[in-house]
Design a protein around this ligand. Structure first.
Ligand SMILES: *Cc1c(COP(=O)(O)O)cnc(C)c1O
Length: 338
């Protein structure tokens, strides 16, 4: 299965009118940090509050009329996307989730009219449940990241960014299973081969980074993170997203929970955005100084806003946040320079 730029243009035509074309806006405080323009691609403006709607709509709308329904496993945003897409097409959706998923995301999916099944402690267990259901009931199973149609849908973000700012030198992409980074890198590099596309993950449980380093998909232990949407494995039988990330990403940079905490504060106090931890990793990486010279204007994808509001308000008030065995020490926001 080789994906091309044509698949991404086909995705754009298919999702038009259901998923939004989102704005790319300047971030003055991040621009000051970087020394050249920094732009934020606001996927939080999607009707489900996250970019995953693009891939989900592309996959669900490509199905034949005889499909019984759709199912998937999800840390939340993909489930919302599939639920929204299924409702838009008038078919049944059953979303399988692990018990780690925050309640706010479960509620969001139920509100979209989908059924939710909770089982297992990891994404991998939720995936197994979803596959079983697909087999038994003839549902189409839609992977959150490892499906060519999903990757092509996410890639439409890359098209829009380069249309709005053809002068971009680099794109920083929140990275988990790699559907987003793979699709964006494919689109961006097909249009502008010398653009840098850098994946950013949290430093605890970064499955794609470990897999690219090993040369094949590997399992990592899943631990709690402020970037909960970036948790989970890439699948040992990965078909699409691993090879794309291995071949197309210029680098994968890791950020700490502490850095994510500060970046979420910066996005709120400077840019006035409510962004989940996964959305803040690009800004965290810029602030860390770990990216080196990017050679010009840079954009990062503010990938979702579906954060647990109790955690979010704690962070904005400078309180400690407990993440399993780790406590992120709170600190009030005092400006974007450290
Ligand atoms: C899923 C998700 C990501 C990561 O996307 P992948 O395709 O799994 O790499 C980043 N941010 C948010 C908000 C997400 O929901």
């Amino acid at each position: 299965m080789t994906l091309t730029l044509a698949d991404i243009f086909a995705a754009r035509a298919r999702i038009d009118g259901v998923a939004a074309r989102t704005p790319l806006v300047p971030s003055p405080h991040a621009t000051a940090l970087h020394g050249d323009d920094v732009l934020l691609k606001l996927e939080i403006a999607q009707p489900i509050g996250a970019f995953k709607l693009r891939g989900a709509v592309n996959a669900v709308f490509a199905l034949g009329d005889d499909v019984a329904g759709v199912t998937c496993c999800s840390t939340g945003n993909h489930g919302r996307g599939v639920a929204y897409a299924a409702r838009a097409r008038g078919i049944r959706a059953v979303i399988c989730m692990s018990s780690r998923v925050p309640q706010v995301k479960i509620d969001g999916i139920k509100a979209l009219g989908a059924e939710v099944r909770i089982g297992g402690k990891s994404q991998d267990e939720a995936l197994a449940a979803s596959r079983k259901l697909a087999e038994k009931e003839g549902f189409a199973e839609i992977s959150p990241f490892d499906d060519p149609l999903v990757v092509a849908g996410q890639g439409t973000i890359g098209l829009e960014m380069l249309e709005d700012r053809p002068d971009l030198a680099a794109i920083l992409v929140p990275l988990s299973g790699g559907g987003l980074a793979g699709g964006v890198a494919l689109a961006a590099k097909a249009i502008k081969p010398d653009i840098k596309v850098i994946g950013i993950s949290m430093d605890r449980g970064a499955a794609m980074k470990a897999s690219v380093d090993a040369g094949h998909p590997v399992e990592v232990e899943e631990v709690a993170s402020l970037a909960d949407s970036l948790g989970g494995g890439i699948g040992l039988d990965n078909r699409v997203s691993f090879a794309l990330c291995r071949d197309l990403l210029d680098d994968i940079v890791l950020v700490s929970e502490d850095e994510i905490y500060r970046a979420m504060q910066a996005l709120y106090y400077e840019d006035r955005l409510v962004a989940e931890g996964a959305s803040a990793v690009g800004i965290a990486a810029l602030a860390s100084g770990r990216l080196g010279d990017l050679g010009g204007p840079v954009a990062t994808i503010i990938s979702g806003r579906n954060v647990d509001m109790a955690v979010f308000t704690d962070i904005m008030c400078g309180k400690d946040v407990r993440l399993g065995d780790l406590t992120v020490t709170g600190r009030l926001y005092e400006g974007s320079t450290k």
